[in-house]
Design a protein around this ligand. Structure first.
Ligand SMILES: NC(=O)c1ccc[n+]([C@@H]2O[C@H](COP(=O)([O-])OP(=O)(O)OC[C@H]3O[C@@H](n4cnc5c(N)ncnc54)[C@H](O)[C@@H]3O)[C@@H](O)[C@H]2O)c1
Ligand SMILES: [Zn+2]
Ligand SMILES: [Zn+2]
Length: 404
């Protein structure tokens, strides 16, 4: 089958590789019908995440049709159309029983990303996200093995297009969890840093929950313009003014917003020094966006962080956060927790995540797609890849042909 393979930093290629097989009783094999490239994939692509090996299959946003099921699979059946969360969760450990699926402590056999870990177990394994997160093959492929299939895959009704529901696998629940974590509700003021797909899904979710005023900060005018026309955000280009947080403070009676959302993460631009230090690995993450988020938030407000961070940050303004009495909430998304509610909102028309798609490409062109998305070419917002031609349904299994 064809799959997008990691060969090294900025070197991904579509290669022919063996098809996956069922390994555990609760596995399914999925024929992928649509898959996307996430901003998190760009951290891998740029060589910023340790634990990648040549030959790894990338991709953690995908959906498709169930081709084979292990004996222990009860929640989905062959032929079902499903969307798959990027977090692999067991469903019954300490954390899964609290619906904190991204913290599942049984699905990542590797060491995880904690630096000062003591004896703490790693959080959930993830598809296509390095050997730190379990080394699971990803879904930018014609087929993918999906473990824990009684917990993750969500069955989809007929008649809803792939592109409308594909982002249930990651960025839609991620944007939604970010606004839930930020206590966003009717009348809230929100500042979203980052107008990428996660920032856009946060804007859509903030609107859904009744936010009154949304500021959005980025340096790509085309992304800001889309967010302004689609979600009614007030755009702020941080390269055109001295200080985006100061502007937000001025626009909010010198108090700041109820909630800031950092949808950027550890590769935040805007500080030459921190960008250089992170390149040299003398700094774990750039603190540029977090400092802005802290500065833009009112006393008693919330800084919600869906953007991915790694290791330490020296220039973290913890004293300012203390002085303002801020709350911080963050982390990987508990995708399984939010999927059913968000599917309902898509079906009743109150959310349409497909609006953000700018590029549809065949899987064969995935390497070009990475370059276009990474370099923000062609006003790229979000790429959907479709396996074509090769991904024909498999021969029926013997048991199927014997079935009545
Ligand atoms: N928590 C989760 O479970 C989860 C899930 C998906 C993605 N993520 C993370 O969310 C982040 C965003 O993902 P995306 O798909 O939107 O990526 P993206 O790279 O397309 O978007 C990031 C945007 O941030 C902008 N930006 C850079 N520096 C900035 C700054 N200082 N201030 C404001 N904007 C700045 C960029 O110009 C870009 O438009 C990434 O870190 C990704 O890894 C987390
Ligand atoms: Zn992702
Ligand atoms: Zn679990």
């Amino acid at each position: 089958m064809k799959a997008l393979i990691y060969h090294g930093a900025e070197d991904v290629r579509v290669d022919n590789v063996p098809e996956p097989r069922l390994q555990e009783e609760d596995d399914i094999l999925l024929r992928v019908t649509a898959t996307a490239i996430c901003g998190s994939d760009l951290h891998l692509f740029r060589g910023k995440v340790p634990g990648m090996k040549q030959g790894d299959i990338l991709g953690h946003e995908f959906m498709g049709v169930v081709e084979e099921t292990g004996r222990g699979v009860t929640r989905v059946a062959r032929g079902d159309r499903v969307v798959v969360p990027f977090t692999i969760a067991c469903g019954d450990c300490f954390f899964c029983s609290r619906s904190q699926y991204a913290a599942c402590e049984t699905t990542n056999p590797a060491r995880g990303a904690l630096l000062n870990r003591k004896g703490v177990r790693p959080g959930a394994g993830m598809f296509g996200y390095s050997h730190l997160y379990g080394g699971y093959d990803g879904g930018q492929a014609e087929y993918v093995r999906v473990p824990r299939a009684n917990v993750g895959p969500l069955r989809l009704p007929d008649g809803v297009a792939d592109e409308k529901v594909l982002f249930l696998s990651d960025i839609l629940p991620t944007g939604y969890q970010a606004v839930l974590n930020g206590n966003v509700g009717p009348g809230s003021t929100v500042a979203i840093f980052g107008a990428g797909p996660v920032g856009l899904m946060a804007a859509a979710s903030a609107r859904l929950l009744g936010a009154e005023r949304i500021f959005m900060v980025d340096h790509h005018d085309y992304r800001l313009a889309f967010a302004a026309s689609t979600y009614g955000v007030e755009p702020i280009n941080f390269e055109r003014i001295d200080d985006a947080a100061e502007r937000i403070i001025e626009l909010t009676q010198f108090r700041g917003v109820d909630c800031s959302i950092d949808a950027v993460g550890f590769e935040a631009k805007g500080s030459v020094i921190e960008t250089a230090l992170t390149e040299l690995r003398l700094e774990g993450s750039s603190g540029q966006c977090l400092r802005q988020a802290i500065a833009a938030t009112r006393r008693g407000g919330v800084v919600s962080v869906p953007g991915v961070y790694a290791g330490f940050i020296h220039a973290f303004m913890f004293g300012d956060a203390f002085d303002k009495g801020l709350t911080f909430r963050m982390g990987q998304t508990h995708v399984q927790q939010h999927m059913p509610f968000l599917l309902e909102r898509i079906l009743d028309g109150s959310l349409d995540p497909a609006l953000i798609i700018s590029h549809h490409l065949p899987l064969e062109r995935a390497a070009d797609a990475y370059r276009i998305f990474n370099e923000k070419q062609e006003s790229c917002r979000k790429v959907v890849l479709t396996p074509t031609g090769g991904a024909l349904p498999r021969e029926p299994l013997l048991e199927d042909s014997l079935a009545p």
